[in-house]
Design a protein around this ligand. Structure first.
Ligand code: NAD
Length: 256
């Protein structure tokens, strides 16, 4: 379905971004990957799906590196047809204890990076008359949790950016939508499970159950594969008139 298209997925060396990159690759899209850690391993997983894979190591907190990544993607594949703004980090502390440098990093990586990549991707999409922008927000783009001030602020901002981008392009073939996962068992969340286990003297399994039980009625983690399938739907012809939604896949979290 996506043969001949190019998808750039930020933060795609791990977790949800890797899951979305693989789902788009399985539909035939060439992939530009980004992120830190096991770059070679992640690239190999996507390349195994038989598409062309490129990588740019832009630090998404740095606008000039984001610009270099977008230029690289355009030079390598002609243009970016599908942009997935996914890179993100977390820090947990009460507002009065929240380190200002962590606040700045979360706003830069989780929110401003989506603005920069979007503004740089749009002109080529507008010239082509087709594009898909998918912002990986969070259920925290819809509701709040204590001790996550920067994250909740950034994710609510991403949902706002999604709506404005969708409206500004509403008469074109460019759509912009947000995905709002609840708990997904990636390294980002495993850190929170570990912190709970250590603080309360719990096993890994009991800490996971506690985490789910606090928020997620289904008592199940959403998977990167399920989120990848939603991204594929947004890219499909059936998604042509889905514009500006913030679609939660959260086991009922925000329904409460
Ligand atoms: P993860 O830690 O597995 O992956 C994060 C990715 O972002 C990695 O590839 C990492 O290298 C990259 N990254 C981090 N900082 C970066 C930077 N400065 N520049 C470039 N890349 C950077 O986490 P994840 O859970 O897969 O999170 C992906 C997205 O999903 C985030 O935006 C997160 O907020 C969101 N999300 C996660 C959950 C969850 O439960 N895991 C729930 C809702 C939303």
């Amino acid at each position: 379905m996506l043969k001949g298209k190019t998808a750039l997925v930020t933060g795609s060396t791990s977790g949800i971004g890797l899951g979305i990159a693989k789902a788009l690759a399985a539909q035939g899209a060439n992939i530009v990957m980004n992120g830190f850690g096991d770059v070679a391993g992640a690239q190999a997983e996507v390349a195994a799906l038989g598409v062309q894979v490129a990588y740019h190591g832009a630090d998404m907190s740095k606008p000039d590196e984001i610009a270099a990544m977008m230029t690289y993607a355009a030079e390598r594949f002609g243009r970016v047809d599908i942009l997935v703004n996914n890179a993100g980090i977390q820090h947990v502390a009460r507002v009065e204890n929240f380190p200002p440098e962590r606040w700045d990093a979360i706003i830069a990586i989780n929110l401003s990076s989506a603005f920069h990549a979007t503004r740089l991707a749009l002109p080529a999409m507008q010239a082509a008359g087709w594009g898909r922008i998918i912002n990986v927000a969070s259920v925290h783009g819809l509701v709040a949790s204590a001790e996550k001030s920067a994250y909740v602020t950034a994710k609510h901002g991403v949902v706002g950016l999604t709506k404005v981008t969708a409206l500004e392009n509403a008469t074109s073939g460019i759509t912009c939508n947000a995905i709002c996962p609840g708990w997904v068992l990636t390294p980002l969340v495993q850190k929170q499970v570990d912190a709970k286990a250590a603080a309360l003297g719990l096993s890994n399994d009991d800490a996971k159950k506690l985490l789910l039980g606090e928020k997620e009625p289904s008592m199940q983690f959403t998977t990167p594969e399920e989120l990848g399938a939603l991204a594929v739907f947004f890219c499909s012809p059936a998604g042509n008139n889905v514009r500006g939604v913030a679609w939660n896949m959260d086991g009922g979290w925000a329904a409460q």
